[in-house]
Design a protein around this ligand. Structure first.
Ligand SMILES: C[S@@+](CC[C@H](N)C(=O)[O-])C[C@H]1O[C@@H](n2cnc3c(N)ncnc32)[C@H](O)[C@@H]1O
Length: 226
């Protein structure tokens, strides 16, 4: 993937030492336009990133994942289709603030992340991660979570309640919803597998409040990490 023009891979341990040179410059240097930037976290093979890019030529989409072998597929597909508004970023999400400047991202999708039942802080929607996303997302920027994990869905509902942030939309059975938005019916590799197993898909969206310091739901603050 080193030769793919639509893939960005920060060198070695560079991110441990400071900000990446692309931070704040994605649109100017990479996409060369001023369209809104939408980020998919843990994009895997990139189905959502590619499909959203196809449907929305006036926005830029970046799929982020640490596993190069998975994102190769989405990167190859976008190149073959000549998609100019899709890119892939190979890096750990923990470093998001070193890669995106405050307000640089307008929307976040988190698609079928590992639910991390034992370690709440490792969940991609934990208060720790939300505080890092807050430093890159525009205030009011929307965050979408699709998951088959009821535990993760309810954990995020509890987190929103604890932090007094209203959900924009929440359903524990997405495909039973009457007015399903078209973009919510895009299916990732993992989603297709879960649907085949007869699992229900949940969906939750909310807007990132400005200046909010996220805290864990009370039962986690007390040290109960189960
Ligand atoms: C269960 S897979 C889902 C992939 C894809 N979204 C889908 O639905 O098919 C979770 C993905 O998140 C990525 N991931 C998990 N934690 C990550 C982290 N801290 N930084 C970057 N990628 C991460 C994994 O490499 C994996 O590709």
């Amino acid at each position: 993937m080193r030769d793919f023009p639509n893939v960005y891979q920060p060198a070695g341990k560079q991110l441990f030492h400071g900000d990446d040179e692309i931070k704040g410059k994605w649109n100017r240097v990479f996409f060369r336009n001023d369209h809104p930037l939408v980020l998919e976290l843990g994009c895997g093979k990139g189905e959502y990133t590619v499909e959203l890019a196809r449907r929305n030529p006036h926005a830029n989409f970046i799929g982020m994942d640490i596993k190069g072998s998975r994102m190769w597929k989405g990167a190859r597909r976008s190149l073959d289709e000549g998609l100019k508004n899709a890119a892939f970023l190979r890096a750990r999400i923990e470093f998001i603030e070193r890669l995106f400047a405050p307000g640089e991202v307008s929307e976040l999708w988190i698609t079928f992340p590992d639910p991390q039942p034992k370690k709440a802080k490792n969940r991609l929607v934990s208060s720790w991660f939300l505080n890092t996303y807050r430093n890159c997302l525009q205030p009011g920027g929307e965050i979408h979570l699709k998951t088959d994990s009821l535990m993760l869905h309810h954990y995020l509902l509890d987190l929103l309640k604890e932090n007094r942030v209203p959900a924009e939309q929440a359903t524990d059975d997405l495909y039973a919803a009457a007015d399903l938005k078209e973009e919510l019916a895009i299916k990732t590799f993992y989603e297709a597998r879960f649907l085949n197993e007869g699992k229900k898909i949940t969906y939750l969206s909310f807007k990132m409040p400005a200046e909010k310091l996220w805290v864990e739901p009370l039962y986690f603050q007390r040290g109960n990490d189960e």
